[in-house]
Design a protein around this ligand. Sequence first.
Ligand code: KG4
Ligand code: ZN
Length: 406
Amino acid sequence: MRILAIETSCDETAIAIVDFRNRNCVDILSHIVSSQVKLHAEYGGVVPNLANREHQKNLVPILLHALRESRINPRLHQGQESRKRENKKSFDSLSLLLDSILAREPVLLRQFKKHLTPLSPPNIDAIAVTYGPGLAPARWVGVNFARALAVLWDKPLIPVNHMAGHLFSALLQESREKDSQFLIPNSQFSMLALLVSGGHTELVLVKKPWRFQIIGETRDDAVGEAFDKVARMLGLPYPGGPEISRLAATGDPQKYPLPSPMINTKNYDFSFSGLKTATWHLARNLRGLASLHEAKPRRELTLRQKADIAASFEKAAVDVLVKKTVRAAKEYKVRTVLLGGGVAANVVLRAALARALKREWPRSTFQVPSSDLCGDNALMIAAAAYMTGKKKVPTDVGTDANARLG
Ligand code: KG4
Ligand code: ZN
């Protein structure tokens, strides 16, 4: 089965074209992630309307590149003009349909009509797209683009939950034989997935394929969001996670004891806003700001202080993630533990979770994506679509800001 997958739920425009030989092996024909991070960094975070504009501009060129790279480049029809003459009525109704599907994406619509409508359908079996969760102006572009392609090429459209994508990214193992191949080992159930990203922090139990049950989640900030906000406090650029991680590597995690909220509660929920606030107060105190009304710091933080704050914050966040994940793994006697999402790239978290599982729940296998598959990408969307997808008619697919697994 050959899938074209599209991901635009945040600030990466991503397209992948992959061949599933079977449930255990996938060949990557094209896998492109175009990051808008530099643009958003100027504003210190993702600006939804800017993301919308960039997705509109980028999707058609990236798709054309992906089609060329995958060598399933569809042939040009004899030309739009002759096509128009051949079947004027169906061309007109297709054009009207595209106008209505992409009515809110005028830049994309123009490029779509110019570059894609003249192409014959490529050799793919289905189109997969992230329908949520994510930023509304961002995910609608991807969904409407996918709907338009599904109509143009008459292909089934598979809506995919973004968090399911992160979960499946942990199941993809790089093949030793071929660079462009990933293996998907037979899954051992039950599974437990810790999904940590900029918008989510959740523990997902998968007792059998593919029934997802969220057994715990954050009650306030996502852990990635906390990394981004603490980075901002320390004057580090967006996205803050990798910056904190780099700085923390040179700091002392024991220097400032910061709280790991909810670490001892019996449930599997998380909370990171208290940790974020405690880090904020710590940084203010070190700057010599005693009262909340004082605005002008008496001194700047030294690089050493910043590194120690970063390391202490990272430790407090990782401790609670690891402790709750291991406790859940033991309680549910899971055989596989997965880690996924942007924060899964964090080396301290990866190592700490691996160590704790080995020590306390050695019966489980621990699987993490390679670092470059932790962030948003379309390969994970293709994998989730293939493993869990039900084919739906294109007009059924909308988007959902609060899409949940389960
Ligand atoms: O999954 P993702 O790419 O996008 C969302 O779905 O949100 O996750 C992005 C988040 C950001 O908050 C980013 O700061 C964080 O992942 N992140 C990290 C690291 N790399 C990315 N957080 C901690 N350590 C990292 N190395
Ligand atoms: Zn994500």
